[in-house]
Design a protein around this ligand. Structure first.
Ligand SMILES: Cc1cc2nc3c(=O)[nH]c(=O)nc-3n(C[C@H](O)[C@H](O)[C@H](O)COP(=O)(O)OP(=O)(O)OC[C@H]3O[C@@H](n4cnc5c(N)ncnc54)[C@H](O)[C@@H]3O)c2cc1C
Length: 360
């Protein structure tokens, strides 16, 4: 096997291209759009929430923790090679907890993460109120190892580094049919575009599947200017309805605030949902009343329908086609580990990393 074609250049395709650029393989990336990261990845906030994620154990947790561990080195490596600035927040995530259930869960999570080798600190409300005087005082947990990365800056650096290492990228190159591609291996990293590409193949498989693999789950977010907030840490805060918001500091008094979770595709931002996000932020920190909204946007997350997220492995009956998609709310988070698993599958047919093979 010598040639690999990757279809789609969101964070998953770009990360895989970079990972494969360190091997002997000849890699081509075909992207439908004129630039990388213009679909789900371009909407993401880049929060890398693995340690403080409330899920304690299980395959998804293993994947997230393994991926998080790769990030610090990856960013150093990319910055050294490309000399590009990648906004990468190493100050950790502070989660503000509202309900007794979430507080109890967080307390037991501290012990579990300790056994898994990660630090989480319980912060009493009076400790928080000293450091975060503008915020509503509640108990919280600080996760020093969690991070946030600027998704499009990351993808631009990955494309740059992979190009320097010999990967060919073709823009404005939508793939209509997988059978048209002449390559030893094909990897479908097309996010929601994977539905159309794989529909024909899955219909004709020994265990045929008629319905789409992925469903779109909408999300909306804002870019804000909030003078005087002076926040360095990423904030995750529980809303009254138990949903949560993330606030990501970008420097120069600017912050991302998001994201809604809407179980339908969202093409354009809706005024009501954007206002709700702002109200939720204000309920935690009245300084957000002074926020100037600089930008709003909406995007769709690729959520597997009836499969565990993400969908990784060989396409049934087609050993030369692999799939790496369906990362739902954690594509930026899980991109490094996904790329390494897919590299292992291409080179050896299996991987020692924690993964579960896609099966119909
Ligand atoms: C509002 C919002 C906030 C989010 N926040 C976070 C977060 O904080 N942290 C996190 O980890 N994740 C977050 N996510 C989720 C994250 O965005 C996704 O999981 C991730 O971007 C998926 O990456 P991808 O590369 O699989 O898909 P995409 O980014 O959608 O990339 C797929 C690419 O394939 C291309 N393509 C499709 N079909 C074809 C074709 N036929 N031929 C050629 N190219 C094709 C597309 O043009 C696209 O560029 C968020 C998502 C949203 C919507």
């Amino acid at each position: 096997m010598k040639t690999v074609t990757i279809i789609g250049c969101g964070v998953i395709g770009a990360m895989l291209a970079y990972e494969l650029s360190k091997t002997e393989l000849k890699v081509t990336v075909l992207e439908a759009n004129a630039l990388p990261a213009m679909v789900a990845t371009g909407s993401a906030l880049g929060v890398l929430m693995a340690v403080s994620s409330s899920k304690a154990k299980g395959p998804l947790v293993k994947l997230r923790l393994a991926s998080l561990k790769m990030y610090d080195c990856l960013i150093d490596e990319l910055t050294t090679q490309t000399k590009r600035n990648i906004l990468y927040n190493r100050n950790g995530i502070l989660s503000f907890l509202r309900s007794p259930e979430e507080k109890n869960k967080a307390r037991s999570l501290i012990e579990i993460r300790k056994e898994q080798g990660f630090e989480l600190q319980w912060l009493e409300r009076d400790v928080i109120s000293q450091q975060y005087s503008q915020w509503l005082t509640e108990d919280g947990i600080l996760s020093p190892c969690d991070r946030a990365v600027h998704p499009t800056q990351l993808v631009d650096a990955l494309v740059d580094a992979a190009t320097q290492n010999g990967v060919k990228f073709q823009w404005n190159a939508p793939v209509k049919c997988l059978e048209d591609i002449k390559s030893d291996r094909i990897v479908v990293t097309s996010g929601l575009g994977s539905n159309v590409l794989l529909a024909q193949i899955l219909k004709n498989c020994s265990q045929a599947r008629e319905q789409d693999l992925l469903l779109p789950v909408g999300g909306q977010a804002l870019l804000l200017q909030v003078p005087g907030l002076n926040l360095q840490t990423i904030i995750n805060a529980e809303n009254e309805d138990h949903s949560d918001i993330n606030i990501v500091p970008l420097g120069n008094d600017q912050y991302w605030l998001g994201a809604t979770l809407e179980f339908e595709p969202v093409e354009l931002p809706h005024e009501a949902n954007i206002s709700l996000l702002l109200e939720q932020a204000i309920s935690w920190c009245p300084t957000f009343k002074q926020a100037k909204v600089l930008k709003t946007w909406a995007g769709d997350r690729p959520r597997p329908d009836g499969f565990q997220s993400p969908i990784l492995g060989f396409v049934p009956d087609h050993p030369h086609i692999l799939i790496a998609t369906g990362h739902y709310r954690n594509g930026v988070m899980m991109a490094p580990v996904t790329a390494q698993i897919t590299r292992d599958l291409l080179l050896t047919g299996t991987s020692d990393l924690p993964w579960k093979s896609f099966a119909l």
